[in-house]
Design a protein around this ligand. Structure first.
Ligand SMILES: *Cc1c(COP(=O)(O)O)cnc(C)c1O
Ligand SMILES: [Zn+2]
Length: 393
């Protein structure tokens, strides 16, 4: 499976190309279009969709990727302004949907006979790639910025990768790593490379299967590089091409207002996404000022009749708190942008109270300290007064 195509101009290319001559990212060419939904196999996690994937599971940790729950959470409806469903990607082994792309990336590396993989990340993708490489017996090289906090180093290095702090312009590393990786036979599983996008498309297949034969009115997910958004769009288009669905849910993407190149391009009606001067946000996992698949995500939002929304850190905090207090789930701040965006879209009348809307909670928050802690206001009580205190609740 080496054929790649360009969503924008339709050109094709062979592996290892990752970008089209027109400048847009490539994705893997579609599998045969006679896919029969009833033929999905009884396999673990994301491998149920083996028919639509180019590689088989290598076993081990890969078998635990995907297969995440889609939860109906009515106690969030009032805040959300819609009938809210939450796709809990935090229940992947390393805590985010990146596991889907890492699992398929490692399967591809094993199939091609190389003995190492790499990635450019200091967040979830770094942990995820390192974990799946460890389980598959592949070496893993993770390129992180020189000024990375020590706590991040600990989180990533627990899986035993070769971690390299790279001095210089970190933004350059995306392309440089692909170049060196090709030369040195270390496939770099960066955020929007075709095989990662292909694995991450399984999020949408699971959402569809949970609703089938209906489809949700809208699916909302946080977007940074645009890799996940691209995969979700691709999967839905494949289902349509195979005649499984005749229309797609609207795709809405959420960004943090401080760093929102895709939302800005959408609002301006631009054809393509340009780099911005990104500011700080609590949603650090989605703060990409120059997203490599930004224009493709923009196309996905437009083609499905959806949109791209920028939400403030204050809105993100409120959404994150509500997901914990009314849903019982701890999600990363970046993940809470989907609920914040849904609330905004409902307020603006883009989503209606009886719409079935899926918020993709892309990563779990349990390992991230909450944006505002109530620890200081926690009461102390002596054991002799405990009964009275409980009665007073
Ligand atoms: C990586 C990541 C995203 C953004 O995904 P892209 O594919 O880069 O757009 C969103 N949320 C979390 C928690 C992530 O780790
Ligand atoms: Zn092209």
């Amino acid at each position: 499976m080496t054929e790649r195509t360009c969503y924008a101009c339709g050109a094709t290319a062979a592996a290892p190309a990752t970008r089209c001559d027109c400048g847009e990212p490539l994705w893997l060419a579609c599998k045969p279009l006679d896919f029969d939904w009833n033929a999905i196999v009884d396999a673990p996690g994301m491998w149920r969709y083996a028919e639509l994937l180019p590689f088989e599971s290598p076993g081990g940790l890969a078998d635990a990727a995907g297969g995440t729950p889609l939860l109906r959470l009515p106690r969030l409806d009032e805040f959300a302004g819609v009938r809210l469903h939450l796709k809990d990607e935090g229940s992947n082994p390393t805590g985010s949907f990146k596991d889907r792309g890492s699992a398929l990336g490692v399967a591809a590396a094993l199939a091609s006979g190389v003995d190492a993989v790499g990635t450019v990340s200091h967040g979830n993708m770094a942990m995820s790639t390192a974990a799946y490489a460890a389980s598959a017996g592949l070496d893993c090289v993770v390129l992180v910025p020189d000024d990375i906090p020590e706590s991040r180093i600990d989180l990533i290095s627990q899986y035993g990768p070769a971690l390299l702090r790279v001095a210089g312009d970190y933004a350059d590393l995306y392309d440089r790593s692909l170049e060196f990786g090709e030369e040195l036979e270390i496939p770099f599983l960066n955020s929007d490379v075709p095989v990662r996008v292909e694995g991450q498309k399984t999020t949408a297949l699971e959402i569809y299967e949970a609703f089938a034969p209906e489809i949700p009115d809208a699916v909302v997910l946080p977007v940074s590089s645009g890799g996940h958004a691209s995969g979700v769009w691709k999967a839905l288009e494949e289902l349509r091409a195979a005649g499984v669905v005749d229309r797609l849910p609207r795709l809405y993407f959420a960004q943090a207002a401080a760093c929102a190149p895709i939302a800005e391009a959408f609002a301006a009606g631009d054809e393509s996404v340009s780099a911005v001067d990104g500011g700080e946000t609590i949603a650090y996992s989605i703060a990409n000022a120059d997203p490599p698949s930004g224009t493709r995500a923009l196309a996905a939002a437009r083609e499905t009749g959806g949109g791209v929304v920028a939400v403030t850190d204050e809105e993100i905090r409120a959404a994150r708190r509500t997901i914990a207090e009314r849903g019982g789930l701890s999600v990363e701040s970046a993940s809470a942008t989907s609920l914040a965006a849904i609330r905004r879209l409902a307020d603006d009348g883009e989503l209606a109270a009886d719409d079935d809307v899926v918020a993709v909670a892309t990563g779990r928050g349990i390992s991230e300290s909450p944006p505002e802690s109530d620890a200081a206001s926690v009461d102390r009580v002596g054991i002799d007064k405990l009964r009275d205190r409980l009665a007073a609740r």
